[in-house]
Design a binder for this molecule. Sequence first.
Ligand SMILES: *[C@@H]1O[C@H](CO)[C@@H](O)[C@H](O)[C@H]1NC(C)=O
Ligand SMILES: *[C@@H]1O[C@H](CO)[C@@H](O)[C@H](O)[C@H]1NC(C)=O
Length: 850
Amino acid sequence: MRVYFLIDPYNEPQLSIKLCEHKAMQIFSFVIVITNFLFFCSGFSNFVDTITRSQNISDGTTLASRDGSFELGFFSPGSSTNRYLGIWHKNIPVKTVVWVANRRNPIKDLSGVLMVNGSGNLVLLYQNGSVVWWANSTKEARNPIVQLLDSGNLVLRDEKEENPENCLWQSFDYPSDTLLPGMKLGWDFRTGLERRLSAWKSSDDPSPGDLSFGIEPHNYPDCVMKKGSKNYFRTGPWNGLHWSGSPALKGTQIFNISFVSNKDEVYLIYHPIKKSLISRGVLNQTVNFYQLYIWMENVQTWSGFAPLPRENDCDMYNYCGANGNCVRGEFPVCQCLQGFKPKSNDSSNPESWSQGCLRSTKLSCQDKHRDGFLKVGGLKLPDTMHTWLNTSLNLEQCRAACLSNCACMAYTNSDIRGRGSGCAIWFGDLLDIRKLTHNEQDLYIRMPASELEVINHQKTTVIVIVIAVAAIAVVIGMLLVAYCIRKSRTNFREKMENDVILDQNTEGQTEDLELPLFDLSTVTDATDNFSGNNKLGEGGFGPVFRGTLKDGREIAVKRLARSSGQGLNEFKNEVILIAKLQHRNLVRLLGCCIQGEEKMLIYEYMPNRSMDFFIFDQKRAKVLGWSMRFHIICGIARGLLYLHEDSRLRIIHRDLKASNVLLDSNMNPKISDFGMARICGEDQTEGNTNRVVGTYGYMAPEYAIHGLFSVKSDVFSFGVLLLEILSGKKSRGFFDSSQSLNLIGHAWKLWREGRPLELIDTCLGDDSCPQLPQIIRCVHISLLCVQQHPEDRPNMSSVVTMLSSESSLPEPKEPGFHVGNKSLPVEYSSSSKQQSSSRNEISISLLEGR
Ligand SMILES: *[C@@H]1O[C@H](CO)[C@@H](O)[C@H](O)[C@H]1NC(C)=O
Ligand SMILES: *[C@@H]1O[C@H](CO)[C@@H](O)[C@H](O)[C@H]1NC(C)=O
């Protein structure tokens, strides 16, 4: 019988008991646990987290917080040999300093000592007693105690005072370049203390550089980054939900960011929603931005996202001058607000853009009824230096307050939560405005009545023109449709004649049919004679109906339209193919119905429609939290793996996309629509076709350009689909015009900049937070799948393994089609090149259109 009492230097004290032969042993162990528990409660810890008057910290020794997350000691930054007293994360392998005491005054040797001096203050001394740095606590402590808290805060307090809030001094009040969870950024008006971040001069020198970030205590407070004394970037004022100029920050779902403003204090504070997440916000002078970082446990590295500022034009302070509006992606990027004209007439000279704008018509303040307001949405609110704020006024009262003051230029609801409340008013020129499509706050800009009339007139003209154009388009469209219908009828007749010949060639195959044949009357009954109410949608090959069989089973019926142009032969081949495939991630064919002219396929019914129905819709996307999305991703991967490797036939789908992934009642994904699919021989893994069909935005480069398709071109499509599921953005619709990047290019850029999390759909929901490593891993996998060269892309069995393990992944190489949307040759993406497929290719087409 042996008892081990182990103290692991890196963990909580642990008790480990080996071998219990005796029953009494259990009682004994219980006693030990209790003793251990009491030890722990009485402050027992393997880390020294406090020093008192008689103790000190010299170079080489450290103080650690009770839970071991932070450590205080002496360090030398980068390649410097200077010694600084600082605090860093203790529980991660990358040394990350979050606070420095003697930033301006390095110690040149190893003689530094931190101690509490005779007057109860915290001081950093040379060995000879000269002072390097001291904490300027206001009151003297009788029994001073210095403690490093688990939050990373170093506090000096009286021993009797247990509440860390009542400390005499704390390092959180004197931030360096890092904002930790629970740290306040802003002002305490009672003491006049400003907590402001200032960047390190360089990674070798922690002394304050000229980049700093803090809150400007204007009437309507604003968060401002400065270079020296000059404004460099504003976040815009807090509007109750987020910073007016940084709406993206609100949706991260990783942090709770709150903003407090009252007569005593104004500050910003953040906490990660998941407590165990290690995070920090850092101001960095080398890259000139502030960025939030989170520690990625599985890859053992920091991942940064949401840098402020994000862009080096419109985000730069007052880039377009007074009353100007910075519009990214347009030319010129600086425009004037409505009702204003450029100060300089030389619009060709970029220098003149930033000179700002003047009113086209002067305001007539004498007669206040002559002025009105123009409501403008989607702006970053102007600089709040000259503002007035009253949180108890409503919008109507705010308008009246603005009208009654000749200097008032604009007003808004200061808090946009709910229906909006509060009143903020601007005086003088409106500075530092940019266009932001995602900002829901409206700014009401004062305008003379005459100017408002002009603007309203313009609007009416635009509406009239739009209606006229639409009407003409409709007429032309109808004429075209009528023409096409006539044309396709003739074509169909020709095609049918061809099919009959083909049919005779492949007669033997129809005997393979292992599929139940449905009676036409059964299908007619089930779908209520194909009633309009039961129609689920219209594919290119014909309509799809929902139906209920007599036994209660729900079905989806795809009815081959007579004019679809799809031959009977292809139809039969398709039936044979799908009948042979059975996997829980493939849609299941229940049977078919061929009777006279009628040809139909009968599938299991998918109540939750398809992926695109969810991920691209703002409201429905919220239903799909991360765990659900991951479940779907894994399902699609398994379905595709089955097609490529595990089924009786080797099948290349060729048209994998969000709308071809159906969802059953339990949100299990089912790959559907094998209309483009090809069967390859046992050893054959690729084919060649001069009939490139598929969907623009999902096609691999070698397939789109050279018609080469293989399992790897399916992998490419899978990668694109994965990016869509992660980002909630359509590969086809997404185009970042400012940087001319498509979704793949956008993802690749973010990845290389170490900001993969910015790709993520803000709707992933709260459950996404603990899963961040998994999410990043999925971004990584998607980039491996869309690599330019097919041989670099993993096959589906590797993808399935990657998804389910935590093994390390190779770095992705350059993706295909990542620059601009023009790199895909247009002629190949259209179906105009379609020719009837060659004999030895078995083209199996389902009825669903694209
Ligand atoms: C103490 O030592 C430091 C460096 O070792 C030196 O700069 C400082 O002048 C010394 N102070 C006194 C009072 O000797
Ligand atoms: C600032 O960012 C650069 C580039 O990411 C990095 O190399 C450097 O160490 C950072 N500086 C500090 C002081 O953290």
